[in-house]
Design a protein. Structure first.
Length: 461
């Protein structure tokens, strides 16, 4: 994060201070705060509030918040005694924009330093909304240019606005009216941009196996980066897991796979990890390779996924609030288990012909369970009515488990008698969401799965 410092402009006190004291004493006889603004409105238009003190010699908006010690901001306009230009440290100005806003401090002659704009940053993320109200410590203070004044610098690398020096504290408000010297207009909100934003990166097309070492073991993965990739625009990211004795090439490129490249329409970064076992190669494998997944937060596969996720975030511009995972068969089981122990990492989950969560040995999920009994997640589950590997009852057990976890009403809709799956959303969910997608096929990924899975993911902000 880059912060820009600005020097304070000092003006001589002279006759202007006498004028400030005189007006202030009149206000002690009954002026309201806003009357102070009307009396001199120059408290802010140019940030020099009557060319008296520019918020005191320091105007630090939060150092003492007593704004009247030097500029008699208290004696005259309680420039700091009430409007503690930053007593709450002015987080982006949101809480501290009262550097004078409560009393139009900076001495009744000035008003509230930056209140007219004081926008601590034009794009401060959720914490600063579109402005971050960079602190108003006196009607204009130099804190409030349209781009955030002295406090409104915008860090291009993180897109977090630094909005807090905002308003130079009510020009006659003594040391108090700077409205949030420390405030970071958006830093209290969480940026959804990953560390890779702003970095030049190689675009990959899911055709070349990439490797990384995790725990001394070489692990493989494929990545698809949209053809129109912009390193300054954060994108959702989807992890897609193959089934047992299959490979990531099948998941990414086979017509019987997820077909997420086509479905996502260049609007997401797609990651295809390879499970534990043999090297995946560059041809589609279903049964011709040894590979598997084993869930568990301390297990090798979980550590691989965690390391891969970090590497992707460091390399590409990822919206960290919109990372999803889907999986087929054993990859679907892995996906269900991620819903239990990675609910704060992934935004939503899409098991296809999967089961669980829980131990694989309990009849392919006859008794789903989570170690975190309170977990709730958005999840979309796909099951074929003719599947003899992961049977309908296994899928139904998983569905009913997540319905109960999310507090939804039961789904009683019959299986869809078509090769293309149709989905039914559970109603009445207290938290999370559950959709149930069925088709009349066997152990397979239905042809339209990529489309409705991406639609489900993309609907979640």
């Amino acid at each position: 994060m880059t912060s820009t410092r600005h020097g304070w402009i000092r003006f001589p006190y002279g006759d202007a201070l006498a004028l400030f004291v005189g007006v202030g004493l009149l206000c002690l006889g009954g002026c309201s705060d806003n009357q102070g603004v009307v009396a001199h409105g120059s408290g802010g238009a140019m940030g020099n509030g009557g060319s008296v003190g520019m918020g005191g010699s320091v105007g630090t908006g939060g150092s003492l918040g007593s704004g009247g010690v030097v500029g008699t901001g208290g004696v005259v306009g309680t420039g700091g005694v009430v409007g503690t230009g930053g007593a709450n440290t002015g987080t982006g100005g949101t809480a501290t924009g009262s550097g004078g806003s409560m009393t139009d401090t900076g001495g009744a002659t000035t008003g509230s330093g930056g209140r007219t704009t004081g926008t601590g940053g034009t794009a401060g993320g959720p914490g600063g909304s579109t402005t971050g109200s960079g602190g108003g410590g006196g009607m204009t203070g130099n804190g409030g240019s349209p781009d955030g004044g002295p406090g409104g610098a915008r860090d291009a690398a993180t897109d977090i606005s630094v909005g807090g020096q905002g308003g130079t504290g009510g020009t006659a408000g003594g040391t108090g009216g700077t409205g949030g010297m420390i405030g970071t207009g958006g830093s209290t909100g969480t940026s959804t941009k990953s560390n890779g934003c702003g970095k030049t990166a190689t675009r990959l097309d899911a055709k070349t196996q990439q490797t990384m070492s995790v725990g001394g073991t070489t692990r493989y993965y494929l990545t698809y980066v949209p053809t129109n990739y912009d390193p300054n625009t954060p994108l959702p990211m989807v992890f897609a897991l193959h089934g047992m004795n299959m490979n990531n090439w099948w998941a990414a490129n086979d017509a019987s796979g997820f077909k997420l490249i086509e479905a996502s329409g260049n609007k997401a970064i797609l990651v295809y990890p390879q499970g534990t076992g043999a090297a995946p190669g560059t041809t589609s494998q279903w049964g011709g390779i040894t590979s598997s997944w084993s869930p568990g937060v301390t297990g090798a596969d979980d550590k691989f996924i965690d390391a891969l996720l970090t590497a992707m975030e460091d390399t590409y511009c990822v919206d960290t609030s919109r990372i999803f995972v889907t999986g087929f068969s054993m990859g679907g089981w892995m996906t269900d288990n991620f819903a239990c122990d990675h609910a704060k990492v992934f935004r939503a989950f899409a098991p296809v012909a999967g089961w669980g969560p829980g131990d694989m040995n309990t009849g392919h999920g006859s008794k789903p369970s989570c170690s975190d009994t309170s977990v709730t997640v958005p999840i979309i589950i796909t099951q074929g009515s003719a599947d003899t590997t992961v049977t309908p009852v296994n899928g139904e057990n998983s569905r009913d488990f997540w319905i109960a976890q999310n507090g939804c009403a039961a789904i009683t809709t019959p299986y869809n008698n078509s090769g293309s799956a149709t989905c039914v959303a559970a109603t009445g969910c207290k938290t999370g969401a559950v959709s149930w997608c069925t088709h009349n096929g066997g152990h397979m990924v239905p042809g339209n799965a990529g489309t409705y899975i991406w639609s489900f993911f993309n609907s979640l902000n």
